[in-house]
Design a protein. Structure first.
Lengths: 470, 305
């Protein structure tokens, strides 16, 4: 035996002497010593506190009667503040970046005699996509994330996970997935980063793959607009408001339902063998640290996600401009694609414009509707809009409705667009985030294509049922 | 196509060596016929295989009886080392069900080279035993011999600890697993006759047929006879009630065990059931000043006083 083998042999002999349980023994001895030290060094107030706030609060927020209603109320308040509060700054930003600065920069480019195609590519494509993403994304995130982080800091969110764990256990997931899912209502990329709080590998992957089923902030406006035009338009005027609101809520609830079903399916199939553990710490309540929360949620979450979105929006804006402006035989690439994909798209109750919009507006769900409008005007040769490749939105819902109706949209197109908006691939920011968090191409691909496949199937079934009835 | 349908030479040779080693270990004589039966190949193929093994100087043959050479034995031990380490990996680092450990390891045991397997061993903390309680041969090809008796030979009234459960055949193993028996579990023999052995284990009372009991190896644990009894489980602690942790069952392994130890779930720790979740699961326990919620499938593997 050489020297190395002798040492290895000795090591093995000692391993057998120590036995299999030494990991447990080491931790036990660490705790024992820590205990002895603390007995000598730490003095405790002998007097017991008269009133234990934490336990009383815990009893309330996890109680059978108040637990769930309290949770729904809290979430409703957070969403209400976000939507209401974001309206005004979003409008201001859109005014500044899209309505005011965009023409200004455009004129400047033209005055400098820069070739038209560069102006189009840079100003109408790249700049406009970036401006749109910032205007629509920044305000809601800057409100939602701090509010959410405050609840987290206060210690309430782990109690929500505790309350809902019963449901998530049944589908093979972790109670904390309730939190990452709620975070996903703000932004899926942020929701996926938030899955770091789930320390069990299998349950974390489940939470990552299913986060896309939370209807994110970028998709709410699409849902509301389309529901108002098509669902609200299909019922008597006095019911329009309530019915279209109910339709949007239905889609969001459908998303939660799908996230649970898919969690269950994943835990029973592809993720069956991944390591899994469960512990859920309920930390003591503490007064939230406002300034720190504001800082970390703005820097770590809002700006971080926004930056990633902008990075993807710039090239996508160029692509959007190019497909509408590069022509062959006087027909743009966009039209070729739309005509080619139309037969299939109509079969699942959508149309070629929608499919193309979802392909080229991959960086952010926020620019899907502006892209759809631009493409519809381009394809149908209607007047209106701001020119080929220039995304736009109209202030008036009626004008938007007119463009879409002229583009051949029916109630079915509206319903299926709402379904497809819920069930399609995550935006590129989210896909990139999934890759960064899982470091796995396999899980990234599954997260990307599973929702598309589901969307196509569900839209197809809906279309068949619709044609049976109407 | 033919290549793909046929197992590669390497796999067949390794499986053959494992079989011969196993028979030598059980003090049985392996022959061309036993090899054919074990590997499910035709007799012709079996004698070809033996010729090849002879050529490679991995075995010797005396009349019908085959024996491993020094090289053959060390090769067999290497394959066994990979198999058992991989089972340990599946038990500690994945959620693969214990009924599938053996099958998975059979598939993967041919895929590792020396360096990879030593790295796997190191990442698992150089474990000594596989999850069934079989010793894992070390990197030098030495295997520890474990003592113990078969459960079928155990004496009434005595306390034992399970050290090993034979994982083949699969059906037998699944039956034992279904009784919630695992290496490290302690049990006391209550009654024994020709048809059944009844005993109480840490968490339950069970009955096994002697045929099944012969697949379980135990060692006496007389020093614990005094306090032995069916343990109270943490999951039975009522809300507001306080007790002390006695032990985390060996059924909790790997990541989950480490999480519990990190939170201070160690023997002697005071524990109080604090909050019961909706539907009775999970339950939040107060341990060392922190509140940690556990699901029932975990709390029923923690013994309390």
């Amino acid at each position: 035996m050489n020297k190395k083998e002798e040492i290895l042999d000795l090591a093995n002999k000692y391993r057998w002497e120590i036995g299999e349980n030494f990991h447990d023994a080491i931790i036990e001895s660490i705790y024992k010593e820590a205990n002895e030290i603390s007995l000598v060094a730490v003095t405790k107030d002998k007097e017991k506190p008269k009133f234990d706030w934490d336990r009383t609060l815990d009893k309330l927020v996890t109680s059978r009667t108040f637990g769930l209603p309290l949770m729904l109320l809290m979430l409703a308040v957070v969403f209400w503040i976000t939507i209401q509060g974001a309206n005004i700054p979003s409008g201001l930003l859109a005014n500044l970046l899209v309505d005011y600065l965009h023409p200004l920069i455009r004129t400047a480019f033209i005055n400098l005699s820069i070739p038209m195609w560069i102006t189009g590519l840079v100003v109408d494509g790249a700049y406009l996509a970036m401006a749109w993403v910032i205007a629509v994304m920044l305000p809601p995130m800057a409100i939602f994330f701090p509010l959410f982080t405050l609840l987290e800091d206060f210690g309430y969110l782990p109690r929500v996970a505790f309350n809902l764990d019963n449901i998530y256990r049944r589908v093979g997931a972790h109670g904390k997935q309730a939190l990452t899912m709620s975070m996903g209502f703000g932004c899926n990329a942020a929701g996926i980063i938030a899955t770091r709080i789930i320390d069990s590998p299998r349950e974390r992957l489940i939470a990552i793959i299913t986060n896309n089923f939370s209807l994110c902030n970028g998709r709410w406006p699409t849902q509301i607009l389309i529901a108002t035009i098509f669902i609200g338009g299909a019922v008597p005027a006095y019911l329009a408001g309530i019915v279209s609101a109910a339709a949007v809520v239905f889609i969001a609830v459908l998303g939660i339902f799908f996230s649970l079903v898919v969690s269950w399916g994943l835990s029973k199939t592809v993720l069956k063998g991944e390591a899994s553990s469960f512990t859920l710490e309920l930390p003591p309540y503490r007064p939230p640290r406002f300034l720190q929360t504001l800082y970390t949620s703005l820097i770590d979450r809002t700006l971080f996600v926004l930056w990633r979105a902008v990075v993807f929006a710039v090239p996508a804006g160029m692509v959007i401009w190019m497909v509408a402006n590069i022509t062959y035989n006087d027909i743009s690439i966009a039209e070729y694609f739309i005509n080619w994909v139309d037969p299939f798209a109509l079969l699942i109750g959508l149309n070629g414009v929608i499919i193309l919009a979802y392909v080229i507006a991959i960086p952010a769900n926020e620019i899907v509707i502006p892209t759809v409008l631009m493409l519809t005007v381009l394809v149908s040769g209607m007047s209106g809009g701001s020119g080929a490749g220039v995304m736009f939105e109209l202030d008036s819902v009626n004008d938007t409705a007119m463009i879409l109706h002229n583009g051949g949209w029916s109630l079915l197109t509206g319903i299926n667009l709402m379904l497809f908006s819920l069930l399609h691939n995550p935006c590129s920011t989210t896909i990139y985030t999934i890759y960064k968090e899982t470091k796995s191409i396999k899980w990234t691909l599954i997260s990307t294509f599973l929702p598309i496949a589901m969307g196509i199937i569900i839209c197809f079934i809906t279309a068949q049922i619709y044609w049976l009835i109407f | 196509m033919r290549e793909r349908n046929r197992k590669s030479d390497k796999i067949i040779i390794e499986d053959a060596l494992k079989h011969i080693y196993d028979f030598e270990h059980k003090k049985l004589d392996s022959t061309s016929d036993s090899l054919a039966g074990n590997l499910q190949i035709r007799k012709r193929a079996s004698s070809d295989l033996i010729d090849k093994l002879l050529q490679l100087k991995l075995i010797t043959k005396f009349q019908e009886k085959i024996s491993l050479t020094e090289n053959g034995r060390s090769y067999a031990l290497k394959v066994i080392r990979i198999h058992r380490l991989y089972e340990r990996y599946l038990a500690d680092k994945t959620s693969v069900h214990e009924n599938d450990w053996h099958k998975e390891a059979e598939k993967r045991e041919h895929d590792f080279n020396d360096e990879e397997i030593n790295r796997l061993a190191a990442s698992l903390g150089n474990p000594l035993l596989d999850p069934h309680g079989d010793p894992i041969p070390d990197a030098l090809g030495k295997m520890h011999v474990k003592e113990g008796i078969l459960l079928s030979d155990a004496e009434v009234g005595c306390v034992y600890e399970i050290t090993h459960i034979e994982d083949e055949p699969k059906e037998t193993y699944a039956q034992i697993v279904a009784q919630k028996l695992f290496p490290g579990a302690k049990l006391k023999i209550l009654n024994k006759d020709d048809r059944r052995i009844s005993f109480e284990s840490d968490n339950d009372e069970s009955i096994l047929a002697p045929v099944l009991a012969a697949n379980i190896t135990v060692i006496p644990r007389e020093e614990e006879a005094g306090e032995f009894g069916v343990n109270r489980l943490l999951s039975s602690l009522n809300q507001g009630e306080t007790s002390r942790i006695k032990e985390i069952s060996k059924a909790i392994r790997g990541l989950q065990r480490r999480r519990l130890l990190d939170f201070g779930f160690i023997p002697g720790t005071e524990i109080k059931a604090n909050l019961v979740g909706l539907g009775g699961d999970p339950v939040a326990y107060e341990v060392r000043g922190t509140v940690v919620a556990l699901r029932k499938n975990i709390s029923q593997h923690i013994y309390i006083e």
